[in-house]
Write a protein that binds this ligand. Structure first.
Ligand SMILES: *Cc1c(COP(=O)(O)O)cnc(C)c1O
Length: 379
């Protein structure tokens, strides 16, 4: 370091209770602040092996091709779809919110013939309806979101996935807001390709996307008529580095992977069942704490997603514009109380808040801070 190095930019300390990113455990930040090693350094490669092993445990899979993709969750989505779909292939996408819509968009851009099975925001994809659509469309790929962060709904995976498998389709599942927050069992559910993100329930900084491909999915990619259009996301090339041979493909983001390694250790030391229970309990405390202030849950109890709660705003806030309205209240939470929450998306904008209790924040202390701040602002 030169003595004249400028001071690093300073950031405020926020409590991140939006749809992601969530707060990061200090030991993850410490892990990332260590001196850099090369991406082919034996110590880093040993750590990468462990990351891949731990990701298999989190995903509930034995898939050999399980890796931290060097890009955010949306790139994981793109990787799953562009590898499995060729121009003209039929895809059925369950659309229950913003991220299902994004999947359908990615699949169409890959040249697929896309059928959307849509549902009202805040409701589940009806498994019988999906099964009928699968029987009608006979798609090569069925794709949907496990935990729809735009609405706070946990989708029923098993029934939809088994209908897809029976029809011979490959199943792609978005696990961005479910992994490490609610149970994920790729092999038991028969999922062929799945992706997640590090910044939600894994409580690491944004920027990596854990992805997993079954052998069946990999065979499908290898049998393509033409190569995957994206060189970077082609899993047959990624397998050269992440699949054991460790041949150079791109420079892995070393510090980010070291942070993820620590995030995974924290999750596994806690235990996945205990971690899921902690997320459920925190969400329960949130509904109970916000009810007296006039907030009501959007989603029916049976389908709520513990890491992300969509709450209808109280009438006292809904009726007002500007500073007295929801955007003003959200700004005061951020500026006065250092708490970030998410606004509604699309048709739910201005009507609901999306409150994330993900990873480190899935604790009653976070709920107490939010409720206390809202009592001050609304009282
Ligand atoms: C956040 C999110 C994504 C996108 O992840 P990025 O890291 O923002 O690209 C995709 N799907 C779901 C369900 C998400 O919540």
């Amino acid at each position: 370091m030169t003595p004249s190095a400028p001071e690093a930019p300073a950031l405020p300390t926020r409590l991140l209770l939006g749809p992601g990113p969530s707060n990061v455990h200090p030991s993850v930040l410490q892990a990332m602040a260590q001196p850099l090693v090369g991406h082919l350094d034996p110590t880093f490669l040993a750590l990468l092996d462990q990351v891949q092993t731990d990701l298999r445990t989190l995903f509930g899979t034995e898939n050999e091709l399980t890796l931290p993709l060097s890009a955010p969750g949306s790139a994981g989505m793109e990787a799953c779809l562009v590898n499995l779909l060729e121009p003209g292939d039929r895809a059925l996408v369950g659309v229950a919110g913003v991220f299902g819509t994004r999947m359908a968009d990615v699949a169409s851009r890959a040249g697929a013939d896309v059928t959307r099975f849509e549902t009202e925001p805040g409701t589940i994809l009806d498994p019988d309806g999906m099964a009928q659509a699968i029987a009608r469309v006979r798609p090569k790929v069925v794709s949907f979101v496990h935990a729809e962060t735009s609405t706070g709904v946990l989708q029923p995976v098993e029934e939809i996935a088994s209908a897809a498998r029976e029809a011979g389709a490959l199943v792609v599942l978005d696990c961005v807001t479910s992994l490490a927050g609610v149970p994920v069992k790729l092999d038991a559910w028969g999922i062929d390709a799945a992706y997640s993100g590090t910044q939600k329930c894994l409580a690491c900084p944004p920027g990596l996307s854990p992805v997993s491909f079954s052998d069946r999915a990999l065979e499908t990619v290898r049998a393509r008529k033409r190569p995957v259009q994206s060189w970077f996301l082609d899993v047959t090339l990624l397998a050269g580095y992440f699949g054991g041979e460790r041949v150079y493909h791109h420079t892995a983001p070393v510090s980010a992977v070291v942070g993820l390694a620590q995030g995974l250790r924290l999750a596994l030391a806690e235990g996945l069942e205990a971690r899921a229970a902690r997320h459920r309990e925190a969400a329960g405390a949130l509904y109970a704490g916000l009810a007296p202030l006039g907030f009501t849950p959007l989603v029916a109890e049976a389908h709520r997603l513990p890491p992300l709660s969509t709450m209808r705003l109280p009438d006292t806030v809904l009726g007002w514009d500007g500073d007295a309205g929801e955007a003003g209240l959200r700004r005061r939470l951020l500026e006065t109380h250092q708490i970030e929450v998410g606004g509604g998306l699309g048709p739910l904008a201005g009507k609901v808040w999306r409150i994330g209790l993900m990873g480190e924040n899935a604790r009653k202390e976070s709920v107490e801070r939010l409720v206390g701040a809202l009592e001050q602002e609304l009282g």
